[in-house]
Design a binder for this molecule. Structure first.
Ligand code: HEM
Length: 518
């Protein structure tokens, strides 16, 4: 009797387990096999071609295989086939718009500014999403901050964040920019005096720009601020210095240890930022904190007690602090780093900028930041550096509704990958000297005489374009003015030109330069 009852229970339990397993299998098959295949057929019907994907990696294996051969012995600025050899070879087969796959996620690759113009002309900023795979993958870094937010949440955040970048607010940050740069100069002076003429400028500039952005975002004057800064940098290393399989089912498990580590660091950073936010909210000395972004945002929150339409919750404030840090830290430092490489290669331009600084700014000991706007040649050099080596080498979007371009449909939910490096080096857009360092192309034209207005996109495009560009302009000019007035830069023989994309476009082996005091 007991035996019969037990065997019945066993039978029922096994059946339930089997049913669960079948459901799970059916769900996985649907999401990882049927749905991606349906998307593939749909995109093919819409007229898009591309390399054939294979389950479960899509085209990732091909991309990784191709990348290991990407190196250059000479210093060439013709970097597209070095940093993205797979895109460059797919372009030859499929043109400037095609589909490729990261795991089971299709991406519409776009390196055609005319296609981009037609597509973006049909979409309002709030109707652009961000690829869901990246939103999930980079959650620890950005949360649901401005760079990842979509729809009405994005509109709300943009309306709150954008006004904090006014020139008045930015000017309050210039002293700490000068201060951090002078600290770096002092460090260099003592290294040079002790006989070390060769410095890794990338490491130096990244550390200083990181410090500047951390001070500008949430202040770094207390212990917690310094800890957040260190943890954010560790978080980025953990996420991006490892082999990654974004879009591949269970891809996180391939590097499970690192995924867990990133999650843990992300939680610690959130806790630290929360304690900074709460202590500021409760502090009686609010004035002294008002000079960073967090201070400006908290001030807005306070001034509109009662009507919370412009306020951000504590969680949102945490995500925005992280977003501003990650959005602004490496991008700005890389724009300066690549500029220093280009200036080391072009001593004539180094001299021209030094002369301009002398004429326009004069005494750098009492730097009058109002004069920096007149550093015209420096602006051309910056634009040209951002063209040849765009720190954000691609822009990503996701369509939140169907888009019709001529007789082609880009279906809702399509991930878009805009290859900025490809467009910035395209001879059909820039002429035969596309891969030459030629700052004067920006002399009379903010678009560098590119023959298409959407061919130059270092800061993205439309309503979602970079919110922090003015901060970058300011920081770039301050740091370069101070550095060029103190030092002369030459390329070190130990420099190897291996630009690589690791979220940002960076020199793989740093930037060793010979630095001489003037
Ligand atoms: C050389 C420096 C920089 C470069 C090259 C750069 C580049 C970009 C690009 C390409 C985008 C995407 C735009 C799009 O989707 O169309 C972007 C967005 C963004 N950037 Fe920057 N950026 C720089 C500096 C900064 C700084 C200094 C900050 C803040 C402190 C910042 C914060 C952001 C934020 C929050 C977004 C998201 C904007 C939105 O989606 O509404 N960036 N940036």
């Amino acid at each position: 009797m007991v035996f019969v009852a037990l065997s019945q229970i066993f039978f029922v339990l096994t059946s339930i387990l089997l049913a669960i397993c079948l459901c799970l299998l059916a769900t996985l098959t649907y999401f990882w096999w049927i749905l991606p295949n349906h998307k593939l057929q749909n995109l093919k019907k819409c007229g898009f071609d591309g390399p054939i994907p294979s389950f479960p990696f899509g085209n990732i294996k091909e991309m990784k295989r191709n990348s290991s051969f990407s190196f250059s012995l000479d210093i060439t600025h013709n970097i597209h086939s070095i940093v993205s050899p797979y895109y460059s070879s797919w372009q030859k087969s499929f043109g400037k718009v095609f589909i490729y796959w990261l795991g089971v996620e299709p991406f519409l690759y776009v390196a055609d500014p005319e296609f981009l113009k037609k597509m973006s002309g049909k979409v309002m900023a709030k109707k652009w999403g961000k690829p869901s795979v990246f939103r999930k993958d980079r959650k620890a870094m950005f949360g649901n901050g401005l760079a990842m937010a979509e729809g009405t949440i994005w509109v709300h955040h943009r309306h709150v964040i954008a006004p904090t970048f006014t020139s008045i607010n930015l000017k309050t940050m210039t002293n700490m920019m000068i201060d951090s740069t002078k600290k770096m100069i002092k460090r260099w002076d003592s290294q040079i005096n002790s006989g070390h003429l060769e410095l890794d400028l990338e490491r130096e500039i990244v550390a200083t720009a990181g410090e500047i952005i951390a001070r500008a975002s949430f202040g770094m004057n207390d212990e917690n601020g310094k800890l957040v800064f260190d943890q954010l940098r560790t978080l980025q290393m953990t996420l991006f210095k490892t082999d990654r399989y974004v879009g591949v089912p269970f891809g996180k498990f391939i590097n499970f240890e690192k995924t867990l580590e990133a999650k843990k660091i992300g939680e610690q950073v959130d806790k630290l930022l929360l304690s900074i936010i709460e202590s500021r909210m409760n502090s009686n000395v609010k004035k002294q904190h008002e000079q960073d972004f967090l201070g400006h945002l908290l001030k807005e929150n306070n001034e509109i007690d009662g009507q919370m339409n412009r306020a951000l919750t504590k969680k949102e404030l945490i995500d925005e602090c992280k977003t501003l840090f990650f959005g602004g830290y490496e991008t700005t430092s890389l724009s300066i780093t690549w500029t220093l490489l280009l200036l080391a290669l072009h001593q004539d331009w180094q001299d021209q900028l030094r002369d301009e600084i002398k004429q326009v700014v004069g005494n750098i000991e009492k730097l009058d930041i109002n004069l920096l706007a007149d550093l015209k040649k420096m602006k051309w050099v910056m634009n040209e550096a951002l063209r040849l080596y765009p720190p954000s080498p691609n822009v990503q979007r996701q369509t939140l509704e169907d888009i019709h371009i001529d007789n082609v449909k880009v279906p809702k939910g399509t991930n878009i990958w805009i290859d900025v490096v490809a467009m910035h080096h395209d001879v059909t857009l820039w002429g035969n000297d596309a891969n030459k360092f030629k700052p004067e192309r920006f002399m009379n034209d903010a678009n560098g005489e590119c023959n298409h207005k959407m061919g130059y996109l270092p800061f993205g495009f439309g309503g979602r374009a970079c919110v922090g560009r003015n901060l970058t302009f300011m920081e770039y000019k301050i740091v370069l003015t101070l550095l060029l007035s103190k030092f002369k830069f030459k390329l070190s023989p130990s420099y190897h030109h291996f630009p690589t994309i690791m979220l940002t476009l960076r020199p793989s082996h740093g930037l060793p330069l010979i630095v001489q005091s003037l």
